[in-house]
Design a protein around this ligand. Structure first.
Ligand code: ZN
Length: 136
């Protein structure tokens, strides 16, 4: 597998508009778009920072994974995403090595990426997203 960069850091926030007041208003980052990913019950804002991005995640459903995360741990870093050249190949290699996966197959991620999550038990406590998308 080839991991090429930290693609983004996913931060669970109770309210996107409120969070953007800090990330845009104070830090001066620019949100490049807000997208709703119905399957994951989440609304996502992307803010590029150099080669990487901050991904702000607001739940659209009290039963969604982000709402549950905030209820049990409070707002904050929810996952880290690493970009790989080939996600199918990476998943195959991880499976072969007996790494516990949440997603056995790539699924749709915000921004048109193909993503899959690796279980925190396998990564010393970090929910790890692997992501493949076009270089920009
Ligand atoms: Zn993500």
């Amino acid at each position: 597998m080839k991991v090429t960069r930290v693609d983004h850091i996913g931060i669970a926030v109770p309210n996107l508009e409120e969070a953007l007041k800090f990330y845009e208003g104070v830090l001066g980052l620019k949100c490049t778009g807000i997208e709703e990913v119905a399957e994951q019950k989440v609304k996502v804002a992307f803010l590029p920072v150099g080669d990487s991005e901050i991904e702000l995640l607001e739940s659209t459903d009290p039963e969604g994974p982000i709402a549950k995360f905030i209820a049990s741990r409070g707002p904050g870093i929810q996952h880290i995403a690493l970009r790989v050249e080939n996600i199918e190949e990476t998943l195959g290699e991880l499976k072969e090595k007996g790494i516990r996966l949440i997603d056995e197959k790539p699924r749709y991620g915000a921004g048109g990426a193909q993503i899959a999550f690796v279980h925190p038990k396998a990564t010393t406590g970090v929910l790890l997203e692997i992501s493949q998308r076009e270089e920009k």
